[in-house]
Design a protein around this ligand. Sequence first.
Ligand code: FAD
Length: 398
Amino acid sequence: MTAPIVIVGAGLAGLRTAEELRRAGYDGELVLVGDEARLPYDRPPLSKQFVRGETDDTTLRPSEFYAEKRIDVRVSTEAVGVDTDARRVHLADGSTLGYGQLIIATGLRPRRLPGLPDLRGVHVLRGHTDAVALRADLADAATALVIGAGFIGCELAASFRANGVGVVLVEPQATPLASVLGTQVGELIARMHRAEGVDLRCGIGLDTLYGDDAGRVRGARLSDGSEIAADLVALGVGSRPVTEWLSDSGIALAEPSAGGGVLADEVGRTSVAGVWAVGDVAAWLHETGSRKRVEHWTNAGEQAKLLACALLGAAPPTAARVPYFWSDQYDVKIQALGTPNATDDVHVVSDDGRKFLAYYSQAGTLTGVVGAGMTAQVMKARAKIAAGAPITELLTPS
Ligand SMILES: Cc1cc2nc3c(=O)[nH]c(=O)nc-3n(C[C@H](O)[C@H](O)[C@H](O)COP(=O)(O)OP(=O)(O)OC[C@H]3O[C@@H](n4cnc5c(N)ncnc54)[C@H](O)[C@@H]3O)c2cc1C
């Protein structure tokens, strides 16, 4: 009997890889190991419907699915190391798990800010447990402070407002999402939050937090010296790839200064034979020649398909890959296709004061499109992005 394929990390990327391996005809033993106590679940609703109390269950597949597909899913099982010579994964309970092929899908862990007092009511959000704790505190909160106006911070600010909570949103950069979408589009997103009653303060950070005698957060001092009251604090200050368990494995990792993660080629092969990486933790080789991690939902499924085909020697999908992500804030779906970059030239071609459409270009070539409440227009740009069309084609009225 051949050794199993072992996938470490039972999140979206791990599950999708297991599914794609079966879809591509792999019939052998398949083990999916996850350190959380739940079956794989979907994270995007956690900052949206779940935290607002509109849904309780975001499980991706019922338990019968795993039985039917013969996926040996092991929850509450943490991998603590890997011996790539012996092809064995070391588990926290002291046991080991032999593999023929190993797939690393351990995702991210949220950053915390150093030096803050340890107070109740201060939250990060990555997993179900975080979301349950945040939702419970939100039910009793009148005012919330959100640190960081990236995707998670902006979505939480919107969800808190929807639940009638006063929000101060603090962002060290000039606008929300400045490092992802640039400041021009960031200003349009800032405008939406302000219109919804968020007290958005950019260009400053958090200095410290204050608590009451019971150890619960009650307020904060910001880096401009201002003091604000808050009975809930959410930190949306980025995440780190979960790679500590690989530190002695010999598997090449990206430098933390370059975003960290497991270095992999354009189909997920790492520096060690028989070891692959997929999803948020994986720094894949991109067409531009750079290796970078992509922290978006659609990417996990697309990488899973490419990896499964490469691992099994099956033909890869032929359709051109056009990256996609979305973020739901208030009643507006922000969507991006392609690789819009903060340093690109930005062309806002439609703006009604809330909804907008912007094309991104580099050296005259269309790189991507970002829309808010503009799904049809965003999707229409797919073929031109895939073809690397000149931006003039999009800007010239037809
Ligand atoms: C709150 C939130 C909202 C989001 N919203 C959007 C959105 O609107 N649009 C969008 O495009 N993307 C969104 N994303 C991003 C998207 O959910 C991720 O890209 C996706 O979850 C990545 O999947 P993954 O499997 O790579 O990582 P994860 O989902 O993080 O899964 C990794 C799993 O591995 C487990 N693990 C880690 N270490 C070990 C170990 N040593 N042993 C065993 N198991 C381990 C982890 O506990 C986790 O269960 C959101 C993410 C979050 C957190």
